[in-house]
Design a protein around this ligand. Structure first.
Ligand code: CMX
Length: 467
């Protein structure tokens, strides 16, 4: 294995091309290796070949059609993107490389004594398609811890931002200026060959993922505490453990929650606003820092990631108006008031899902295990009974069931992370794992700049000979 580690990704890929018969041996080696880049380097040529052959044979085959309603309706249902890392089934929910959330909870490595999966394991699964071993996940935790240090100008920027700037704006700003460190941007300006793009995107992605908890914790400590107390990263601990400690939370149960939280928010296939934005901006060969920052500006919208903040604001308003021991009738009345004033019920509905989000269900199970008596949890449970029939009665809502954002805030509140404006930053830290894994594959597969065709209403009417 020591010998294998000295093989560079490029040498490994070249060897596989020249001697395909030893490919299997190399794959077995790479599967056991704790060097993620080498594992990827072994997989990429094969996947490139598979996609090339598929396109050669099926390139002109139709996969769907586009209606006028789809064009005006947020492109819902148009199959226009390829995303390798996860697929969202409307009834069953998300599958990460084919595995459901309960399956991931079962098979992904855990921290010693822990029960929840480690997000490092999910990242390995997303980017390679393989369930990692404990040793592979441990190596990833260590590698991220070692890459975590922030450039001083990023710290300076964060320390100089007024605390009135929303944490998501701070987050996107810090990630944007972190692109001074981009190995991809540097390699591109030095004229690197496009077959090597993925390697530099991979390096930037690993650096960025490693730095995100430090950026996020700095934002939290600066905005809500006295700015001190981030502390040093412990390279023997996992990514979530270090993040929790930097935030200032050492309760082992909270750390377990963070591991679950950072695992389930990673990826939701390719078309959601944050994932699609990262993919789109990355297609212009903007570096991973800029691409991810753009995606975070999308996640900060109230119909997307910010909904977890909105849920808490809405729950608190409800508590103020109807009290903690509200009857079902009083809750119903409050919900109708929300709807009649032209607002959405945050945390409910989805553009693709048509059943309760399994990300909601696993958080509910966590709450039933750890905080069954909590007043806010009980309120969330009561709302779960009341909202779906009301949204169904409205007649226009396609999915009356709760999504991930309906539950996450209540768990964070319970453990003392009460600053709801901050919640989308946690979502963003997790989302990096999915969208950056995808970005590496975008460049490995040589996907071109994205540029769909738009039409004007006049042009569309003329084309359809509409009156
Ligand atoms: N409350 C009230 N009305 C809702 C609703 C809700 N929770 N969900 C959908 N609707 C309404 C829509 O606003 C739309 O109304 P109009 O026709 O008057 O514009 C109608 O029902 C049809 O919408 P849809 O096809 O069911 O839903 P969309 O695919 O257009 O939108 C979503 C999906 C998530 C934006 C929407 O359900 C919503 O606004 N939910 C609340 C916000 C939320 O929880 N967002 C987080 C989603 C998960 C995530 O990305 O993090």
């Amino acid at each position: 294995m020591a010998l294998f580690r000295r093989i560079t990704p490029q040498r490994l890929a070249d060897t596989q091309k020249t001697f395909p018969q030893i490919s299997l041996i190399l794959r077995q080696l790479s599967d056991a290796s704790t060097d993620l880049k080498a594992v990827l380097a072994a997989k990429i040529p094969k996947e490139q070949e598979r996609v090339k052959n598929f396109r050669k044979n099926y390139g002109n085959t139709k996969v769907g059609e586009v209606t006028v309603d789809m064009m005006y309706g947020g492109m819902r249902g148009i199959k226009g993107l390829v995303c390798e890392t996860s697929v969202l089934d409307p009834d069953e929910g998300i599958r990460f490389r084919g595995l459901s959330i309960p399956e991931c909870q079962k098979v992904l490595p855990k921290a010693p004594g822990g029960e929840e999966p480690l997000p490092e394991g999910l990242f390995w699964l997303l980017i390679t398609g393989d369930v990692p071993t404990d040793a592979q996940v441990k190596a990833l935790s260590k590698e991220w811890a070692e890459r975590a240090e922030l450039p001083s100008h990023v710290v300076q920027l964060l320390n100089n931002l007024p605390t009135s700037v929303h944490p998501m704006s701070q987050f996107a700003s810090a990630v944007t200026v972190c692109n001074s460190e981009s190995k991809f941007a540097k390699a591109y300006s030095n004229g690197v060959h496009k077959s090597k793009y993925w390697e530099y995107v991979y390096e930037d992605s690993m650096d960025l993922i490693a730095k995100l908890p430090v950026i996020a914790a700095t934002i939290y400590r600066n905005t809500y505490k006295d700015g001190s107390g981030i502390g040093a990263i412990d390279t023997s601990k996992d990514w979530s453990h270090n993040f929790a400690m930097m935030l200032g939370f050492d309760n082992p149960e909270f750390i377990e929650l963070l591991r679950l939280y950072l695992t389930i928010h990673t990826d939701h296939e390719g078309g959601n606003v944050s994932a699609h934005t990262v993919h789109l901006v990355g297609s212009a060969l903007s570096d991973p820092y800029l691409s991810f920052a753009a995606g975070m500006c999308g996640l900060a919208g109230p119909l997307h990631g910010l909904a977890n903040q909105e849920v808490l604001v809405w729950l608190q308003k409800m508590r103020q108006q109807v009290g903690d021991k509200a009857s079902e009738e009083e809750i119903k009345e409050f919900i109708w008031k929300t709807l009649k004033s032209g607002q959405v019920v945050p945390g409910y509905g989805h553009a693709v899902l048509r059943k309760t989000d399994p990300r909601y269900t696993c958080q509910r199970e966590f709450a039933l295990k750890h905080l069954p008596e909590d007043t806010m949890f009980q309120l969330v449970s009561n709302i779960y009974k009341v909202v779906p029939p009301i949204l169904t009665e409205l007649g226009k809502v396609k999915n009356p069931w709760p999504n991930v954002d309906a539950h996450s805030g209540v768990l964070l509140q319970y453990y003392g992370l009460k600053e709801m404006n901050y919640y989308t930053v946690l979502f963003g830290v997790s989302r990096a794992l999915g969208v950056l894994a995808s970005l590496v594959w975008d460049r490995a597969l040589g996907l071109p700049i994205e540029r769909p065709k738009s039409m004007s209403t006049d042009g569309l009417m003329k084309m359809l000979k509409a009156k």
